[in-house]
Structure formats: C-alpha cells, structure tokens
Write a protein that binds this ligand. Structure first.
Ligand code: AMP
Ligand code: MG
Length: 432
C-alpha cells in the first residue's frame, strides 16, 4: 500500500494547490486497488456486476452452419458453372429443412433443399438463395417435382450461411475477466448454456454529508438552512454503479461525532464519500478529523465546478471528500470517483468515449483549468450532434443537472469556444 506522498512523488507536475483534472485520475488509479473477493451468482443477479474470471466457451455458437434466410440451400459452386447463355440456374427441390429438426438426405448437384431460417445446412451445401429471389416452377419438368430458377449475378457462394462458431468458438474466451456485465453479456452467457458466473464482490460505500446548515428530508425548514440533496444524488450515482450504499445521513460539525462517523464508516466500507467541509477557510472540523484519522491530501483542482477535494485513506477505506455544492458533487463524482470505483470493482472497461458536438453558441473558457458545463445535446436533421450550454452554470444549481443530458468537457488548455466549434461532450445516458 503506497502512501499518498509516494504516489505524489511518482506524478509529473503534481501540485496539490492547482492540480490538473487528468492528474487527479492518475493519482486515484495508483491509490485504489481492485477488490479480491468474488461471488457466485446466477445470470439474473449478474447485471452490472464485474466478471471475476474469463468465461471459456464450452460450445460453438452457432453449433452448426445454418441458414440466415428462408429460401433454398444449394452448393454454391454451381453459380460459376451453369449455362453459357447466362440463363438462370435451375435446381430441383428435394426436400425441406425446418429449424430445430435435422434433415437427413442427399442433395446432389442440380438439386437444392428448401430451408427455413436457423435450420442446419447439410454439409455439402454452403449457399442459400432467399425465397423472394427465385421463380418456382412447379411440375415444370416432370410430374409434381418442383424446380427453382435462380437469376445469375445475384449471389455468391457462401451467401446467407451462418457459419458454425461465427459468434463464439468452442474453447475460446467468450468474455474476459473484468467485463462489466451488460444485458448483451447476460444473453451471451445464456447462449453458451451458462447460468452461473463468478463476479467480483460488490463495493460497500459509506456516505455522509458534513455541512451544518443542512436539513434532512422530513425536518421543518429553518432559516439559512438547505435540504441535504447530496445524500440522494450520491445514493443514486452509487446505486447506478451497483454499489451497496451505507447511508449515514448528516453528521454534524462536532469533533466527536465526526470522528465516530469516520471510524464507523472505515470499519465497514471500501470507500467513504463525504460532501462539504473541504473548501479553503472552512471553520469546521471535517478536515481536521480527516487529517487526524488518515493519510489524506487536500487538493485544489484546476477545474470548474468543484475545486476543493480531499482524497486519501482512513484505515483500509479510500476517502473521497467531495465539495459541498450539489453540482460540484456530481461533477467530481463523474469525473474522478466513478472511474476510481470502477477500478475498485475490478472493471477493466475503458472510459466511455466523449462525443463531439457543435456548440450552438460561443462559450467563455479560461485556459488552465478543465470546465464541465451542463449542456443539452441534440441532433440536427442531418444527424450532426449539437449542444447548447444551459444558462445558469452555478455550482449549486441542481435543476441544471436535471435539465442537462450531458456535460460539455472543456479541456485544460482549451480557450474560448466559438459558435459552431466542435466540443467534447460526456453523455449522462448510462451513468446518471
Ligand atoms: P462547502 O463546500 O462545504 O463550503 O459547501 C458549499 C455549499 O454547498 C454549502 O453552503 C451548501 O449550500 C451546499 N451544500 C453542502 N452540502 C450540501 C448537501 N449535503 N446538500 C445540499 N447542499 C449542500
Ligand atoms: Mg461551507
């Protein structure tokens, strides 16, 4: 376990008084470690969990070559030969293969098999012509035998064949350890006949608010006091990530209460998240107690919103001391805490890529800090993404977070943005 000083010494340009946003992520990725313990769960319980070991495919999917269309299967080699006059390839229909029922029989050159989507392709047949492409000539040649005519130039050998193992090959890894299990991954596990998986255990995260002028929902309004909203946004953010939340509510600004709260949290949780009490010049005990109980760094991050943040370790728990302002809490969570928690969860997932959108209006931006502006991203008629920043970007204006569907990320070195310029956006879909 490295001390904070040791991590700081490894980072180029570490300046706790004006820390770049990307350095924060680097620091945190060195501070936190993935959990080790694992659980066995059924796939119904596995959504959002992180896979604990590689899943090797016990079968090939699909298990046989099969038809991708309703049509007629035949040996595609005959597409080359055929008649010199360019007339259609005429084949005799010798039977019907239905999905789920093997068809046993011989299909010789000059013959084909009527076949349904998903039905197994007999070995000597590699091509399927969709039924809507052919002319059926019932009884045209002898008795009631059916013939089909396939126009030239429509098909190539191998068309409309789903190959055995094209989705997953027996013996090959189907999913890697560290994969965050999505609905698609659950389906994939089921397609292999796997109903139970090994996943990393859930994180337990303790949360409390530390600001004094804060009311809990249910308390009567009091002059100068605001309701504790951070408790609920953090609860929502953590729940979305699949963490177990230990909700400790509001802890008032008394050394004894704070110390007990931190100790209780550290004894139970993988990480402690607090909000409030970490800004400069605060006349409260939060920072004092953090410093007393743990190895903690206090940062001023070159960002907006959300400058102050405390980070470190109390006992075995990682501490994320977030600022108090409601938007700053959410932004610092999304930018720093979420990636760190994903790492702790054992996820190897790369960060979701930022999208590019055209800014509808000029944006003022000072180089030398990262800004996260709340924005509304939409699509023009021709499919181009555009974004408009929400009017009130105050770091306490939670309604702007509700209105927004993403954050405009204005990077450290970036300056003013002109109307029509492209900017990076982080969409909320899937994270909020
Ligand atoms: P601080 O970072 O502690 O100076 O907090 C800045 C401001 O954020 C406070 O004055 C409150 O208005 C607001 N704030 C702090 N904690 C909360 C909370 N838990 N819920 C809602 N607003 C809060
Ligand atoms: Mg304050």
């Amino acid at each position: 376990m490295k001390t904070l000083d040791a991590i700081a010494a490894e980072l180029e340009g570490y300046d706790p008084q004006a820390l770049r946003a990307d350095r924060v992520n680097e620091f945190l990725s060195r501070l936190v470690e993935p959990v080790l313990e694992q659980d066995q769960v059924s796939i119904f319980q596995a959504l959002g969990r992180v896979l604990g070991s590689d899943v090797i495919s016990p079968v090939s999917v699909p298990p046989h070559d099969n038809s991708a269309m309703d049509g007629y299967a035949f040996d595609g080699g005959q597409l080359q030969t055929g008649n010199a006059d360019g007339g259609p390839l005429v084949l005799q229909v010798v039977g019907t293969a239905l999905a789920g029922k093997a068809w046993h029989g011989m299909v010789k050159p000059g013959q084909c098999l009527k076949i349904m989507t998903g039905a197994v392709l007999p070995q000597q047949l590699d091509t399927v012509v969709p039924q809507e492409f052919v002319a059926v000539r019932s009884g045209a040649v002898e008795g009631n035998v059916e013939f089909i005519a396939i126009p030239r130039g429509l098909l190539q050998a191998g068309d409309n064949r789903r190959k055995c193992g094209e989705d997953l090959m027996e013996g090959q890894p189907a999913l890697r350890k560290g994969t965050l299990l999505t609905p698609a991954a659950l389906g994939l596990l089921a397609s292999l006949g796997i109903g139970q998986v090994t996943v990393m255990r859930k994180l337990r995260i303790a949360y409390f608010s530390t600001v004094d002028e804060i009311l809990s929902v249910g308390e009567a309004p009091r002059e100068g006091a605001v309701y504790d909203s951070n408790r609920y946004t953090v609860f929502g953010l953590l729940t979305r990530l699949g963490c177990d939340v230990i909700d400790m509510g509001v802890v008032h600004d008394e050394p004894g209460l704070l110390e007990a709260a931190f100790q209780h949290a550290a004894s139970q949780a993988d990480a402690i998240i607090t909000s409030g009490g970490v800004s400069v010049g605060e006349a409260d005990y939060t920072k004092l107690i953090m410093r007393k109980l743990g190895d903690v760094a206090f940062w001023k991050i070159a960002m907006r919103p959300g400058r102050p943040m405390a980070v470190g370790r109390i006992g075995q728990s990682i501490l994320f001391g977030l600022p108090g302002n409601p938007v700053a809490v959410m932004v610092t969570f999304l930018a720093f805490v979420r990636p760190a928690l994903l790492r702790m969860m054992g996820s190897t997932q790369a960060a979701t890529p930022l999208l590019k959108a055209r800014s509808l209006a000029p944006l003022r931006k000072k180089p030398g800090r990262t800004e996260y502006q709340r924005g509304i991203v939409s699509q023009t008629g021709d499919g181009v993404l555009q974004v408009s920043a929400i009017g009130n970007q105050g770091s306490g204006v939670l309604s702007s977070m509700v209105q927004a569907n993403g954050l405009i990320v204005l990077h450290h070195k970036q300056g003013d943005v002109g109307a029509g310029d492209e900017v990076d956006v982080m969409m909320f879909e899937g994270v909020l």
